[in-house]
Design a protein around this ligand. Structure first.
Ligand SMILES: Nc1ncnc2c1ncn2[C@@H]1O[C@H](COP(=O)(O)OP(=O)(O)OP(=O)(O)O)[C@@H](O)[C@H]1O
Ligand SMILES: [Mg+2]
Length: 444
């Protein structure tokens, strides 16, 4: 059996005035693998613990297979949780660790057949008679997984189960978890702050920031059509380039977005998305360019939809199969607060709560992501970066290239920007290009 899990406007506040989860609504289909992704402190574990019944839900409703479940005791939810520090009982062998929940569940039954079947599935038959101290981290994690799946739960709740492992092992176990949960067809909610893990595992990814859901969609959608600058910056490596730009749309001339002394000239005839940017005339915006939107090539090599820029090489990051080139294009990078830091917010004052049900209130509700405050604050970027911000990297534009291209620091290099991959966000950080009216699911 597998389970549908629905959260309706669920909130949680540990202290009176700070909601760490703020009106979260999410429908998880039976058998789905949903990843909760967000920076440290954004409320991921709290959401998972509320689903498990380990934490009370302050406001809102939880439905399990359509039935109201807020008050259901954890033991009646038929879910198995796997934690980051997969505590196994040190005095029990792997066999007993895996069999323990089975013995609790049905005291009279012999757990051996289930334990053996689970061990076969996980490839840990040889480890059954060892104690946790005699296992490597990866082996221990597999035993912990075994303990979770032996019970045949109707849902798995996994809280950063791989974060204590080294990168190689993490990748291998990641593939195994993916295969295993798909084989079992069990609804899985998986928490991580690692975007690449989220992208490789999830059927859908739900991005949280400061307790507020920013976007939920397939990995492809959240990457290609991020709803705001936070999602755009959180997902994808190297991080999307975010530059401060100014839209110029003279009635009698070409439309451009200036980036410092240089500018992007939008090709004519304007695409529908670019036409809609006209209303931003004279306004500051945030231009988002993923590294694949820019290549090193002369203006004469431009294909349709590509426009020229130049950049000064400031730093080269050799990655083996590719090189990340940090250019200085003379533009100013945009700051995205909260990428790594929590952003607890005061709860709404009582005066505003009374407005629930009014049109204004419903409009506010719809403003979804805006509830956690503006994502990007352009005027903040002049201030010194907070201590929690990402370390400053040289250059304002990172471009990927093959290692055979010979570049040196201080070289002025011609670049081509593919405007089909142009993102534009408004000053609040909401995406305005591609037009948000585009329905993500149609893009799949
Ligand atoms: N028992 C608690 N009492 C008070 N505050 C808490 C408690 N548990 C969590 N918090 C706070 O709630 C917020 C969300 O915590 P949570 O553990 O859900 O974050 P997270 O997204 O899982 O972070 P991480 O990636 O670091 O595990 C944090 O600001 C945290 O300090
Ligand atoms: Mg956590």
């Amino acid at each position: 059996m597998t389970r549908a899990i629905s959260l309706h406007d669920v909130s949680k506040a540990y202290t009176r005035d700070i909601r760490v989860v703020d009106r979260l609504s999410l429908d998880i289909a039976p058998g789905e693998f949903l990843v909760l992704l967000g920076p440290s402190g954004c409320g991921k574990s709290t959401v998972l613990r509320m689903i498990a019944g380990l934490e009370d839900i302050d406001e809102g409703r939880l439905f399990l297979d359509g039935e109201y479940g807020n008050e259901l005791p954890p033991s009646d939810r038929d879910m198995a949780m796997v934690f980051q520090n997969f505590a196994l009982y040190p005095s029990m062998t792997s066999r007993d660790n895996i069999g323990f929940p089975l013995r609790i569940e049905s005291p009279g039954a012999d757990p051996a057949p289930r334990v053996d079947a689970t061990a076969r599935m996980l490839g840990i038959e040889d480890l059954l008679d060892r104690f946790p101290a005699q296992l490597s981290g990866g082996e221990r994690q597999r035993v912990a997984m075994g303990r979770a799946i032996a019970r045949h739960p109707s849902a798995f709740l996994m809280d950063e189960p791989l974060s204590n492992l080294d990168a190689k092992l993490r990748n291998r176990l990641r593939a195994e978890i993916s295969q295993l949960t798909r084989e079992l067809g069990v609804t899985t909610v998986y928490v991580t702050h690692d975007q690449s893990e989220a992208m490789s595992l999830g059927d859908r990814v739900a991005v949280l920031r400061g307790g507020v859901l920013q976007q939920v969609g397939t990995p492809r959608t959240v990457y290609a059509l991020p709803s705001n600058v936070f999602v755009a910056a959180f997902i994808g490596t190297p991080r999307i380039n975010l530059l401060r730009g100014l839209v110029r749309a003279p009635l009698d001339g070409a439309m451009t977005i200036s980036l410092g002394k240089q500018f992007l000239r939008l090709p004519e005839p304007l695409s529908l998305d670019h036409q809609l940017l006209r209303v931003q005339q004279g306004r500051e915006v945030i231009v988002g360019l993923r590294s694949e939107a820019v290549r090193i090539a002369k203006p004469s090599a431009a294909r349709t939809g590509e426009v020229a820029l130049t950049g000064l090489v400031e730093h080269l990051e050799f990655q083996g199969h590719e090189v990340l080139v940090h250019f200085n294009t003379g533009s100013r990078p945009a700051v995205v607060p909260d990428l790594e830091a929590p952003r607890p917010r005061p709860e709404r004052p009582a005066r505003r709560r009374r407005r629930e049900g009014t049109v204004l209130h419903r409009l506010r509700e719809r403003a979804g992501a805006l509830r956690a405050g503006p994502v990007a604050t352009l005027d903040r970027s002049e201030q010194p970066a907070p201590a929690s911000a990402e370390p400053r990297v040289p250059g304002d534009l990172i471009v990927r290239t093959t290692p055979d291209i010979r570049l040196r620091h201080g070289m002025q290099v011609p670049l081509l920007v593919d405007l089909a991959h142009l993102f534009v966000f408004d000053q609040q950080g909401e995406r305005i290009c591609p037009n948000p009216a585009r329905l993500p699911d149609l893009e799949e």
